[in-house]
Design a protein around this ligand. Structure first.
Ligand code: TXA
Ligand code: MG
Length: 328
């Protein structure tokens, strides 16, 4: 079983020896390796069972010189870093030559982020190398937001997990393509959304065309163990609560009229608070005796996009036929 520690020096020693350490960040826990040690990086892919062509995010400390990894930083990217780092924003930029293909997936771009978590900041400051850190979950599964989740996700491993409490953001960072000198593009929605970015970059419009390859952008992702079905209407919510109260774990934004199900969580109506709860509550649903999980999609609108996207990739659209199959 993996060991949970609060000892930052122990994590430093592990990483320096080329071992893997699960680290807390403000978004989700990451499975970290020395970015300058290929054996260590390979271990991360192996533990996660992640295909080798999925590039990794480099985690750095705020005052490190980006030009070690990047050949060109657009002005707007500097502004975004000044404004949002340390924080839940990843920037994809052009690399200088000879970057490690294990990190970049063989592309000429690299994703970099400066996480806003005191323990991980301290850890990075004690290291003289950056960390690659994909989310600390088996490939395609739900990301962990507590040290215990990491332990449960990798029952067979003997990892070191740095305890950092519950992740305050709760979903993965927003990823922005900053390879174009003039315009940016959001590649993965997160809690920092288009409006937040526009506020900081009022004179810049984002590209809508997807020109960049995002190998991690799969149709299915973030999956809990139990079947997950999503729906929108309050009518479906009330009818499934009546019919399947003891079999389904219900997670919703609307209140249920009668509320028969013993398995129920009402999501908060603010996007940041709902993001904080989403994975945590899906894990709780997974641990319950319910046979399947049904979750209501958030309201329409840009501020909800990150959550909507994650739910849609984690589950499938609610259909009675599918449900009967899961409950059979
Ligand atoms: O919040 C987060 O970003 C967390 C924490 C641990 O920092 N990390 C995380 O990493 O979500 P991961 O590996 O689970 O997701 C990284 C995503 C993948 O979809 C990957 O394909 C994409 O970033 N990515 C990495 N490098 C890229 C690049 N050069 N170009 C385009 N996409 C890239
Ligand atoms: Mg991930």
């Amino acid at each position: 079983m993996s060991k949970i520690t609060t000892d930052i020096q122990e994590a430093v020693d592990y990483l320096e020896k080329g071992n893997i350490v699960a680290i807390p960040t403000e978004t989700v826990y990451g499975l970290a390796a020395n970015a300058e040690n290929n054996d260590a990086i390979r271990q991360v892919f192996e533990i996660k069972q992640r295909p080798l062509n999925h590039p990794l995010i480099l985690h750095i400390s705020q005052d490190w010189d980006l030009m070690r990894w990047v050949s060109f930083v657009p002005n707007y990217a500097r502004i975004l870093m000044d404004h949002f780092w340390p924080g839940p924003l990843t920037l994809v930029m052009k690399t200088n030559e000879n970057q490690n293909p294990l990190i970049t997936g063989g592309q000429d771009t690299i994703a970099i982020r400066c996480p806003n978590h005191p323990s991980t900041q301290q850890l990075l400051n004690k290291l003289n190398f950056p960390l690659v850190a994909p989310s600390a979950n088996p490939f395609g599964k739900i990301s962990p937001t507590t040290a215990k989740h990491v332990q449960e996700s990798f029952k067979q491993e003997t990892l070191l997990i740095l305890e950092g409490g519950r992740c305050q953001v709760g979903i993965e960072s927003t990823i922005i393509d900053a390879t174009n000198p003039e315009t940016y593009q959001i590649l993965r929605e997160g809690i920092i959304n288009e409006t937040d970015i526009q506020r900081v970059l009022p004179n810049l419009s984002s590209r809508t065309q997807n020109q960049i390859r995002v190998p991690g952008k799969l149709a299915s992702h973030y999956q809990p163990e139990k079947p997950l079905l999503y729906f929108s209407s309050i009518e479906i919510l009330n009818s499934i609560d009546k019919k399947y109260a003891n079999e389904l774990y219900l997670i919703s934004f609307d209140r249920i009229s009668s509320h028969l199900s013993p398995y129920f969580f009402l999501l908060p109506d603010s996007p940041t608070q709902a993001a904080f709860e989403l994975y945590y509550r899906l894990r709780q649903a997974d641990q319950s005796q319910a046979k399947a999980i049904a979750i209501q999609l958030p309201p329409q609108g840009e501020v909800w996009q990150a959550i909507t996207e994650r739910i849609q990739k984690a589950g499938s659209s609610f259909e009675l036929n599918a449900l009967s199959e899961f409950l059979a």
